[in-house]
Design a binder for this molecule. Structure first.
Ligand SMILES: [Zn+2]
Length: 941
């Protein structure tokens, strides 16, 4: 499920470069010049009132436009859908603001945009809350959805609520069951007994991916137990080649972040290696003749110093029957961390390195090897046996040191031929390299080549086999919980597993009110006889329903396909609509979903796109559900701690009357201020709806985007939002000014470009007043043109959305500075462009301004009659600056910076020098100071 909490960030998130905002300087791209926000007083806009006004109009507009644009979608923008916890938090607001800004930008560009919203509504929190409150999880979930929808509607998002879905709705999970049965029909959903991770607190089975490195549940934090149960799996392994190969597609043009691609690649974990047989020497033991190990490093075979077996290896099970000490050791293993270095050396049994049979093998490698039982060997990976190479593997090295102390390790390869320079005592050498003298006849060979030769030689003797391994396991989807999609299978004593027939779908979750009222734990489906006992669809004899429900990642693996056809009763979606609207163009969400959700979604998409649900698709086509992936950073909250005790302080313990100088009320001292992940225990949470109610949605959205690049952590400081509020008021003022100024009668004025073109050839003939106006016009229009380019590019790239706001503030400043001199028509056009450029981020203020500027328009966002995205007009070529800056150096020191006229073309050498000096000397101020300086200096400038 897509919990957009602030939790679980994977990997390091970059810090924002600058957050010294509103104190004057704006964070800028390197090539932009700094500027200050002038604190000119502006009439205060009632931003929350504007939100209400325009939301109402947009809702009416949506009704009118609905039928026109339906199913003509050509841009599908999707933020990961939320888990309905009941409370919108700032992390949600951030991702939905990004999504809406990108959606509105594309709409203004003329696209038919799909921006849907739904709810990832199954899952454990609802069930736990239901038990706690003695209510049905459906009731709890529906209430939460209603509350969150209300909060979400406050943010001025352009969501298509007609397509709203909830995964817990039978009209949705009917199709989750259909997809499951389709997988089952293709042999891609199967049930088998497996050792599973069992969470004793949540009383459910977890996927391997949901168990952390310490062997604890990702959700409850409980120590996970191993149990053997009959479980449902989805055969994701059947798609592993495509899942790996198609990452190449996603790497093109940085469509997906490299970090996510690397995590996916690593999770799939394809490696090439070999299984190698180690013959066994056993004294009085009836065991296999050989132990087969898997290794990805056959080049280290000369360096094997022990073998290690998993606790579940058949030899271990066999020996434990007659070795009480071994059995006692095995009994201690559950509960140990997976990286534990404990081990038990099996007595009376040793192994032989298969290379020992070769006459040229050095004696050290020919010696027999001890065999350990060690929990660090995982039962289901490879053969449940590994070869221990302490000189060339970090884990093996640590194990060796624990059990063999200082006993030397054998380095069989080094980074170059001079071994002495590469081997660091007491450290394993992990890279590939050159074989050493310990490798006998292979000395001096590159290790990868030697490894391949060794496997080939042993394979000829029947002692090795080259193999390919994957880290990816099949996807365990069974959950022994109530609040999920029921598995649509009936178990019949004579027919076996029987799919529930299509006309009987959905298999509905039964009402179990007594279960909630009684605050019982466990899966109520297992004990509900009237639900479990049913008729076999095949033989009509008595049968039992499967009582497992599906992992919620199954729901989220296909929900984005449902949005294209959410009311389809017959199937998950219509193939024609899938062809028209899929895949998703831009998918936006947290990096915490970089592995599981995205991998599962890619798998199910690849399956469905080649299934009967999508019959005409060609098999050779490569199918990926999300063309572009944007991962946004977390939002951190301002956190106060007592410097004396380190205790987190509550807001009411602080005097925040002077935001720059907070004090602890009780002591009058300064608290420590940091930005941290928001949590109840740190008292640093911020309710986005309160911020919106105070400042309006537009200022909140703009502030949110402005504070940090999309991919970075955002340190939320609500005090600084006034800077954006002031900017919005200034824009509104500008609109009123340009609409109240009469157009200039002086020029024939088709377009700004025509004006510049008509004046360019006769600039030298203009009078002083006209030139002053020309300069103001050209400065304003140049900034307008570069702003169109930079802002459009930022919307396209998404990650630099923060610079949209700073660029627009800069254009606002240029407008303010040039307004008194510029031609009214040009100023008006520049304001019109400013409004359209800001509209994706601040839609209500932009609509308000647009209605003043274009009172007859049906609105910025009216799809056909609405505004269009501004494009550059190509006027840059004629927009020559009439002045240039010139630094004057005297004896190597800059003495003055003068603005001078631009030299006529073709001027060079002494003539150019004469022109420049003449220009400078025209200006009294420079003439005087420079004359003084040059009188005392030996060199002139
Ligand atoms: Zn039957």
């Amino acid at each position: 499920m897509l919990l957009l909490t602030q939790a679980k960030s994977i990997g390091r998130l970059a810090r924002p470069l600058s957050r010294s905002l509103y104190s004057g300087l704006i964070p800028l791209r390197p090539w932009a010049r700094p500027f200050t926000i002038t604190s000119r007083a502006a009439a205060k806009l009632d931003l929350p009132a504007l939100d209400l006004k325009w939301r109402k109009r947009w809702a009416q507009l949506q009704q009118v436009q609905k039928d026109k644009t339906k199913d003509k979608v050509d841009k599908y923008i999707l933020p990961m859908f939320p888990y309905p916890s009941g409370y919108l938090h700032l992390g949600h607001l951030r991702v939905y603001t990004i999504a809406d800004a990108i959606a509105r930008y594309n709409a203004l560009r003329g696209h038919n945009v799909l921006l849907p919203m739904g709810w990832d509504a199954f899952g454990l929190p609802a069930e736990n809350a239901a038990i706690e409150r003695s209510i049905n999880p459906a009731t709890w979930t529906k209430d939460n959805i209603a509350r969150m929808k209300e909060q979400l509607q406050m943010m001025n998002g352009s969501w298509d609520w007609e397509r709203e879905i909830a995964t817990c709705d039978p009209s949705f999970y009917k199709h989750t069951q259909k997809i499951f049965l389709l997988l089952h029909q293709h042999g891609l959903a199967y049930r088998t007994e497996a050792e599973v991770n069992y969470d004793p607190v949540d009383k459910t089975v977890l996927a391997n991916e949901q168990v952390d490195a310490n062997g604890c549940s990702w959700r409850s934090g409980a120590k996970v137990e191993k149990r053997k149960l009959n479980q449902w799996f989805l055969r994701i392994s059947a798609f592993r080649e495509a899942l790996l190969d198609d990452l190449e597609l996603l790497a093109k043009d940085e469509a997906w972040p490299e970090r996510v691609l690397a995590m996916q690649r690593n999770w799939l974990g394809k490696s090439k290696g070999a299984t190698i047989k180690f013959p066994i020497l056993a004294y009085d033991q009836d065991v296999h003749a050989a132990i087969e190990v898997y290794t990805s490093r056959p080049d280290t075979l000369f360096g094997v110093q022990y073998l290690a077996l998993a606790a579940t290896h058949p030899i271990v099970t066999k020996l434990a029957e007659t070795d009480p000490e071994l059995q006692a050791f095995l009994d201690t293993l559950p509960g140990l961390p997976p990286d534990s270095k404990v081990g038990y050396m099996l007595p009376h049994i040793r192994a032989i390195n298969p290379l020992a049979y070769h006459p040229d093998t050095p004696d050290a490698t020919k010696q027999s090897l001890p065999i350990y039982v060690a929990p660090y060997v995982i039962g289901d990976y490879g053969e449940g046996a590994v070869m221990g190479v302490p000189a060339h593997d970090a884990r093996d090295h640590a194990f060796w040191r624990t059990h063999r102390g200082d006993e030397p390790v054998r380095y069989v390869l080094a980074s170059n031929e001079d071994e002495s320079t590469t081997v660091i005592p007491n450290e394993p050498f992990l890279d590939h390299g050159i074989m050493t003298a310990h490798s006998g006849p292979y000395k001096g060979k590159p290790s990868q080549e030697a490894g391949e030769m060794l496997v080939k030689m042993l394979a000829e003797a029947g002692l090795a086999k080259p193999v390919e391994k994957w880290r990816l396991r099949d996807w365990l989807i069974s959950r022994q919980r109530y609040w999920g999609t029921p598995i649509p299978i009936v178990h019949c004593a004579s027919c076996g597993e029987v799919p529930v027939p299509d006309e009987q779908l959905p298999v509905l979750l039964p009402e179990v009110d007594a279960h909630w009222a009684g605050k019982k734990t466990g899966n109520p489906l297992e004990t509900l006889d009237e639900w479990v006992n049913t008729e076999c669809p095949k033989c009509h004899g008595p049968a039992k329903r499967d009582t497992d429900t599906m992992d919620t990642f199954v729901d989220s693996s296909w929900y984005y396909m449902r949005f294209i056809d959410p009311h389809n009763e017959a199937g998950p979606f219509d193939p024609q609509k899938a062809r028209d609207m899929l895949p998703v163009d831009i998918y936006i969400g947290g990096i915490e979903h970089a592995i599981l959700h995205l991998l599962y979604a890619r798998f199910i998409y690849k399956f469905l796109m080649t299934s009967p649900l999508f019959p005409t698709s060609s098999a050779s086509e490569r199918h990926e559900p999300f063309k572009r992936l944007i991962t946004q950073g977390m939002v951190h909250g301002r956190t106060f701690t007592d410097p004396a005790t380190g205790r987190f302080l509550k807001p009411d313990e602080l005097d925040l009357s002077d935001p720059a100088n907070p004090r602890i009320k009780a002591t009058g001292t300064k608290p420590n201020v940091t930005y941290e992940k928001m949590s109840k225990s740190k008292h640093n949470g911020v309710d986005p709806t309160a911020v919106i109610a105070t400042h309006g949605a537009d200022a909140t959205r703009a502030h949110m985007l402005f504070q940090a690049p999309v991919g970075d952590v955002l340190d939320w400081d609500g005090d600084k939002i006034v800077g954006v509020t002031r900017w919005l008021s200034r824009v509104h003022d500008l609109v009123e000014k340009v609409t109240s100024t009469a157009p200039s009668p002086d020029y024939d004025f088709p377009t700004p470009k025509a004006y510049f073109e008509s004046l360019a050839p006769r600039l030298s003939s203009l009078g002083e007043a006209e030139l002053k106006q020309y300069d103001a016009n050209s400065a304003l229009w140049r900034t307008t043109q570069t702003t169109i380019a930079s802002v459009s590019q930022s919307y396209e790239k998404v990650y630099p959305l923060n610079t949209v706001i700073s660029d627009l503030m800069q254009l606002t400043n240029t407008l303010s500075d040039t307004l008194s001199c510029a031609t009214p028509q040009i100023a008006r056009e520049a304001v019109s462009i400013l409004i359209r450029l800001m509209a994706p981020v601040t839609p209500a203020v932009a609509e308000e301004c647009w209605s003043v500027l274009e009172p007859t328009s049906s609105g910025l966002f009216a799809s056909e009659e609405g505004a269009r995205w501004p494009e550059r007009d190509g006027s840059e070529a004629v927009l020559r600056e009439r002045k240039m800056k010139c630094a004057v150096q005297v004896n190597g020191k800059v003495r003055a910076v003068c603005e001078i006229g631009i030299a006529p073309e073709g001027l060079e050498g002494d003539k150019l020098r004469e022109f420049v000096v003449g220009e400078i000397m025209k200006q009294d101020e420079h003439r005087q100071s420079l004359t003084r300086l040059t009188e005392t200096a030996s060199d002139s400038f």
